[in-house]
Every structure is written in C-alpha cells, then in structure tokens.
Write a protein that binds this ligand. Structure first.
Ligand code: TA6
Length: 284
C-alpha cells in the first residue's frame, strides 16, 4: 500500500509490517515493530550501510538483531528508577513495541517519516513522556529521537540509537574521532583511555564518555561518517566470537562483519515539565 510517492507499506504473513522507501537518492526499509530501521543504501554508491543479522527474528517476538534499535527510556539496564524490580527489559521497552506512522512526506529529493511507539509510558519511567522518531532518508540517513516531558514532574531518562554498521572484515576495521575516557564493560566498567589506533581484536563493549560529534568507521573499501548530537556518550560494541556463539539471533561468525557505533545517553538527562530533548545520529 502506498503511503506517499516514495513510501510503500509492505505487509506479509507472520512478519511485522515494513515501510519500503525508494526515492531519487536512496533506498531504505523500516520495520514498524520497534520503529526499527533495517536498511539504508544511498544510490550514489549502492553500498548498504547497516548490518542485519541473517538470524534476526522478524516476527515481532523479540528485538531485531541489527539495523538501528531504538533504545529508550534507558540504555542497558540503567533505568534511573529506583522503583525497579530487576526484571525490566534491557535497553528499555519501545524497541519491542509496534510503532505507528504519524507522517510521510517528500522534501526535495528526501523522504521524511515520523513514527511514534504504541505507548511511551512504561514501568521504569518515572514521568510522563511523549516520544517521536523522525527518519530522513536522503544522501544521509538522519535518525532523530525526540523526548518531551508532558507531565507535571521532572524525570531522568537515557537511551541510544544503537546502530549496527556493515563492514567487510572487523579485523580490517578501525574507528577514528573518539578520544578520552571510556568505561569498559568486559572489565566491569573499569575506566580506560581510548586508543589512538582503534582496532578490534577481542570483545569490545565500551561507553566513551567524551561525546564527540564526528566519528568515522574506516575500512579498506569505505569510510562511514557518523555524526552525533544530543548525546552524552558514544557506545562501541562488537561481541566477538564467544558472544556471537551465545546469541541465538547471530551466526557464529556474525561478529566479523559488523560494528556498533551508538549515539547514546548513558549517563542520564533530566527533563522538567514541557522540556524537550533531541538525540540525533546522521549516517553518511
Ligand atoms: O550497546 C552494547 C550493548 O549494551 C552490549 O552490552 C550488548 O548487550 C548489546 O548492547 C546488545 O544488547 P541486546 O539487548 O540488543 O542483545
């Protein structure tokens, strides 16, 4: 079903609905389950920017492995809410919801789609929020998550645009642009310094506390540019072999062709009533 000149809604049995975008500058696919971008390919180079696990579960029974999961209103298991009983879902609850199309429009040679989750309210969020995802598909992919406090009391939230990038070989991939301290999950969040030459030789799960704007994923074939705005940190993740084997929705060698660079709020942002925050990642 055509939603606009460049957006088609594709419904198939036992799979979630997908928006297929095809405009003059790029193609993209967005799952309404999770408000989850699955694919982005500019027509200028026909190179797919995003990695999607070949074992991703696509029936809406669990979060999709790959693409750009929308983590909100917290990152990881840090809910900023003392009232939790420890059984809250990792990375918040909106990536497991059906999202609804608010608008589709063509602006010059780009397509802008706005989506909202079924409900922004849930256990673990101690306030009343509105959540809007705005996706602009053009020469770049612009992913903007807007949180608005529509209640009468302040609340603290977190989240991440948890982007999986498709690389040819993680062993020949390096990051540039990051600097300063990071918290290293494999060593119990110990504080370490960002390496000058950022290579991948083991499980890598790092919260970089210096919220630089420009990060590059450099491979022999291509350099991805990732711009971040509204973040308090950047997360870098590659599960490496053991975690790849342990993850049921990832092939045993899946780690070899992906890297996550996530525009994130891991330290928490507090919004007073009527205040708004925008988290934006721009992928080129
Ligand atoms: O962003 C890195 C991370 O927090 C890792 O610790 C790992 O858990 C990854 O996210 C994937 O999380 P998920 O819940 O999607 O399996």
């Amino acid at each position: 079903m055509h939603l606009s000149k460049t957006v088609t809604l594709i419904s198939t049995s036992n799979q979630f609905d997908v928006l297929s975008v095809d405009n003059a500058t790029a193609q993209a696919r967005i799952s309404l389950y999770g408000g989850h971008i699955l694919s982005f390919m500019p027509k200028s180079d026909q190179r797919e920017r995003l990695w999607l696990s070949e074992k991703a579960v696509l029936n809406g029974s669990k979060a999709i492995r790959g693409g750009i999961p929308i983590c909100w209103p917290w990152f990881g298991d840090n809910t900023f809410s003392k009232a939790t009983n420890g059984t809250l879902p990792a990375h918040g609850y909106v990536r497991n919801q059906t999202w609804h199309v608010i608008s589709c429009e063509e602006i010059a040679d780009t397509t802008k789609i706005c989506l909202k989750p079924e409900s922004a309210m849930g256990s673990g969020l101690t306030g009343t929020a509105d959540l809007l995802l705005s996706i602009t598909i053009g020469h770049t992919l612009n992913v903007e998550l807007t949180t608005t406090n529509i209640g009468t009391k302040a609340f603290t939230f977190g989240g991440a645009l948890h982007s999986y990038f498709a690389v040819t070989d993680i062993m020949q991939t390096q990051l540039t642009g990051l600097s300063g301290e990071y918290l290293d999950r494999p060593t119990n969040m110990s504080s370490k310094q960002t390496p000058v030459t950022y290579l991948f030789e083991q499980e890598t799960d790092r919260v970089h506390l210096n919220p630089v704007e420009n990060t590059q994923i450099v491979t022999p074939e291509f350099t991805f540019n990732v711009q971040s705005f509204g973040h308090d940190s950047l997360v870098v993740w590659n599960p490496w072999i053991d975690k790849s084997v342990a993850l049921g929705d990832m092939s045993v060698d899946g780690y070899k062709t992906m890297v996550c660079v996530e525009t994130a709020v891991t330290q928490g942002i507090t919004l007073t009533p009527n205040q708004q925050h925008k988290l934006l990642q721009v992928i080129a």
